[in-house]
Design a protein around this ligand. Sequence first.
Ligand code: KGT
Length: 247
Amino acid sequence: MVQAAAEGVQLLVLPENFALFGPEAASRGAVLWQEIDAWLSAQAAAHGLCIVAGTLPVPVRPDGLPVPDGRVRSATLVYAADGRRLGRYDKRHLFDVEVGDAQGRYQESLTYEPGDDTVLIDTPFGGLGVLTCYDLRFPEQARALRSAGADILVVPAAFTAVTGEAHWQVLLRARAIENQCLVIGAGQGGWHSARRETWGHSQVIDAWGTVLAERHEPGQGLVMADWDVQSQQDLRRRMPVEQHRRD
Ligand SMILES: O=C(O)CNC(=O)[C@H](CS)NC(=O)CCC(=O)C(=O)O
């Protein structure tokens, strides 16, 4: 946070399960999430940063009711530069998939309850939509966000090394190009246990599909880019795909 603020970052996106990762994440999140929420809000205000904190395991639904059966939601919380909460999005597509890597089978729905709604969050930079990790594979969610007014799509993720190498950048670029949005993919990257490896390769992609910045190494780091809002608006005017839709 300190480094980001010093570098002049205005919008900071964190990866999926940035604070808690692995088998204990859900149960620890259920206990710690309010403390982390308060800390994030204070960080946003202290550094004057808009923070997209994707994701945190949260044991209550957006309406305040507890998530039943001891499960949690994979929630992305968004804070304004004064610390106010601008919105919340809960991951809708859960990763119950046989990848065939060292981990073998992923069964996110054992510990997580899917979110219900696609949420457009109003920020000082424009409409912001969240696609959490596996959500990235469902283009209709990104399209719904664009139609609702998204200018920026953020993708907090922990893509597996196997699926990430094959699909991560292609999917991010496709969502950027087809929806003419800035896409910010923030990915966990590296080994988390003897069997769990994530792909990383966080990147920022503009509405034309140009990769503006990318991290190639595993581990933590800041990936930064400038956003040219004007050229995104020009592109949308010259090539109005949203108005040309048939479905
Ligand atoms: O469990 C945690 O601590 C963090 N969350 C994850 O790793 C999630 C759920 S298992 N991973 C994905 O959605 C991977 C998607 C993916 O890799 C793909 O779509 O190819």
